[in-house]
Every structure is written in C-alpha cells, then in structure tokens.
Design a protein. Structure first.
Length: 115
C-alpha cells in the first residue's frame, strides 16, 4: 500500500514561512498528480496540487502565498508557505489528487501560526 510521509511543520509567527515535505513509498511522485491538503476542523480541504506535467493549482485562500513544487531526484513534493496567517493553522497532509482508496493518509504535519 502506498504511504505518504509529511514533515516540516512547526510553530511560526504570522508573516513567517515554512516549507513542508512530502515523501512516498512504492510510487514515483512525478508520474502522479499530488496535492497538499489541510484539516483544521471538519473536512480536509485541498490547498495546492501539482500534476505529472508540472502544472500547479491553488486554493484561493493561499494563492500568491504558497508554492507547490517537486524534486524528481528526491521523489519529494514540497509546499513552500510564505506570509503565513493564523487561519493557516492546521494539520497538513499530502496524497493523490483525487485521492484513491488504496493509498492511506499519513500522520500529517502540524502547522501552527501565532498572531
């Protein structure tokens, strides 16, 4: 079963930056559409996605502040988060886009933005 591992979260003041990393076992990320999701309370929401061709898209709430990228050599997808706001506080996950039943969710990485 494919498993995703997220890292890079932490506590940061409003206006600060963090870079999250997403690694996965048993798949080559560059051949797949991968997205970052977050969950504060309630449902997970999609934050940013990158497809196999490198095209990216973002939730309106993070456009201009977040950037998703991929390092094919490291088989890793990143989420660069700048100008962080308290409302960005959440657990961040990566997974396929769209998600599939045979890929489990990782533990996620907590991002906390203080005001």
């Amino acid at each position: 079963q494919v498993q995703f591992v997220e890292s890079g979260g932490g506590l940061v003041q409003a206006g600060g930056s963090l870079r999250l990393s997403c690694a996965a076992s048993r798949i080559t990320l560059r051949f797949n559409s991968i997205a970052w999701y977050r969950q504060a309370r309630g449902e997970r929401e999609l934050v940013a996605g990158i497809n196999s061709g490198g095209a990216t898209h973002y939730a309106d709430s993070v456009k201009g502040r977040f950037g998703i990228s991929r390092d094919n050599g490291r088989n890793t997808v990143y989420l660069q988060m700048n100008s962080l706001k308290p409302e960005d506080t959440a657990v961040y996950y990566c997974n396929f886009e769209p998600t599939v039943s045979w890929a489990s969710w990782g533990q996620g990485t907590q991002v906390t933005v203080s005001s």
